[in-house]
Design a protein around this ligand. Structure first.
Ligand code: HEM
Length: 494
């Protein structure tokens, strides 16, 4: 390689710039901080280990440095809170926020403006609790119908074994029942808008946070550049929803006015929002429509991706474990006979083996970010400063030997059944749905829906992995994604 004298200043500038970044970004820990795990490469710190080998790397650090410890990831000091400290994080929801922690990497507020208002999340949670969970039994029949429609559409007749691609994670299947709960499921454009909204938004913000090495805000500015310059693939989904929602809302207002007390409110979330937004309206203005659509897409973001991912995980967990097939199938056949194919909430409650299997499938490796709003001293005396990202290291909770025995990482399909822990119940050893004040309000609906889907699928198909073995999840840092091998479905002989 040839170097001229002219290239020397360029090298000097690169060296100076790297040194300046190194000096600015050098982690400065305050007094009594959790121990910092040593690292070899300046600026990069632990980023590579965390991204590509998170499971083993975190377990090793936890063993050597205790709970909590600090890592240097993407230019930021990050505190990892294990089994003991994570409970404290969830218990202090005024100090630690998960929503705030994801703000820089997942800037949804750039699209859904209402999300910034303090009351938006409160009203969304209230709508889920009062409009969905409290009325869950009334939704069973509809969820069942839409799921069966989706199963026939997405999987259909498999008299010959058929390889079904799961990359879309059954999101259309889940999207259809969420749309139904919102009352507009008959419209395929809306179902597609729901299924694709999260995927399209994620594709914009999926750039690895390399600019966070400079500052997380720089990363946010860069990933949202396309939006600010008019490239917004999400917009079409908002337009689709508004187009279909406006006449539905207008008709309801008109019916209310004409029928008065005789108006029979349809059972869905749209009706809930119509009656519970602070400003009552007689006309559907653009502002009003924007607001309702924002709420709906917040629900879509929170529900579809999570539920379809976990349905897919559960199917892979089932397909790769032939030893469970007969037992789970027999339970579904028994319940199907009892209900004559029409599930009621009581029948869903009787799926105790399926529930326990699902709980086990949900008990997975993960870490969830929380931001501290103020400096905080943990009970063990270590202190973190205001603004610190604390990752609650769920695997340390989910794989603890006290709760899950000497082989906590093995698949324990009936642990929930034997210990009377239903899949939707948060527990000190099970944090899939978070815990405390901000525990997922949609978990009852999610579990209900996944169980109905698994029941119908197991009842109608033999499901296998192409390799005949357990397919491994794909890990990106502490995030798990479903395998992409696909699943083989073969219709059962009736
Ligand atoms: C298997 C599916 C799901 C999983 C694994 C899941 C998981 C979670 C987790 C871990 C949190 C954060 C809890 C915390 O901060 O402590 C959360 C919050 C939330 N989830 Fe879910 N969720 C699922 C399905 C749903 C569904 C179906 C809905 C809506 C119908 C929903 C709505 C929400 C909302 C609104 C929040 C924010 C709660 C708050 O900050 O107060 N989720 N979810």
């Amino acid at each position: 390689m040839y170097f001229s004298f002219e290239t020397i200043p360029a090298f000097v500038w690169v060296f100076i710039a790297t040194y300046v970044v190194y000096w600015i970004k050098k982690p400065r820990l305050s007094k009594n901080e959790p121990p910092m795990v040593p690292y070899k490469i300046p600026i990069i710190g632990h980023t590579l280990d965390y991204l590509f080998n998170a499971e083993k790397f975190l377990a090793k650090c936890r063993q050597q440095y205790g709970d909590p410890f600090n890592l240097y990831i993407f230019g930021q000091v990050t505190t990892i809170a294990g089994n003991e400290i994570a409970h404290e994080v969830y218990g202090h929801s005024d100090t630690f926020s998960m929503t705030n922690a994801t703000r820089d990497s997942f800037p949804l507020y750039r699209i859904l403006k209402s999300i910034e208002k303090t009351d938006t999340l409160k009203l969304t949670v209230k709508a889920i609790r009062e409009g969905l969970t409290a009325k869950l039994p009334s939704f069973t029949e509809r969820v069942q119908k839409t799921l069966m429609f989706s199963i026939n559409q997405e999987i259909g007749d498999c008299s010959q074994p058929k390889l079904i691609n799961t990359t879309n994670n059954f999101s259309r299947m889940v999207a259809r029942s969420v749309a139904d709960v919102l009352e507009i499921s008959k419209n395929e454009d809306v179902v597609n808008a729901f299924a694709d909204f999260t995927k399209d938004f994620t594709s914009i913000v999926a750039i690895p946070p390399i600019f966070s090495f400079i500052h997380p805000k720089v990363h946010t500015q860069i990933i949202t550049l396309p939006l600010r310059f008019g490239f917004n693939p999400i917009l079409k989904h908002l337009i689709t929803l508004k187009k279909h929602l406006k006449p539905v809302l207008e008709k309801r207002l008109k019916d209310k006015e004409i029928l008065g007390d005789k108006y029979e409110p349809p059972l869905d979330i749209i009706e809930y929002f119509l009656n519970n937004l602070e400003s009552e309206t007689k006309v559907i203005t653009d502002d009003y429509l924007d607001k309702i659509c924002d709420f709906i897409f917040i629900l879509v973001i929170a529900s579809i991706h999570t539920t379809s991912h976990h349905t897919t995980f559960a199917l892979y967990d089932f397909a790769g474990r032939p030893e469970l097939w007969d037992d789970l199938y027999e339970e579904q056949v028994k319940i199907d006979k009892e209900c004559n194919g029409e599930l009621t909430p009581q029948h869903i409650n009787k799926m105790v083996k399926l529930d326990s299997f699902l709980r086990e499938s949900l008990r997975t490796f993960a870490a969830n970010p929380h931001r501290s709003f103020e400096s905080y001293t943990f009970k063990n005396g270590t202190t973190i400063p205001k603004g610190r990202i604390v990752q609650t290291y769920l695997s340390d909770i989910h794989y603890n030997t006290t709760a899950y025995g000497p082989e906590p990482r093995s698949f324990l399909p009936y642990h929930g059944l034997e210990n009377n822990f239903p899949a939707s119940k948060t527990d000190k050893d099970y944090f899939v749905f978070g815990a405390g004040k901000h525990a997922c309000p949609g978990r009852f609906f999610a579990v209900h829906e996944i169980k109905i889907a698994l029941h119908k699928l197991i009842l109608n198909y033999h499901i296998k992995t192409p390799s005949g073995k357990i397919e491994k999840k794909i890990h990106v840092g502490p995030l798990a994604l479903p395998p992409n091998a696909g699943l083989i479905f073969e219709s059962r002989k009736k």
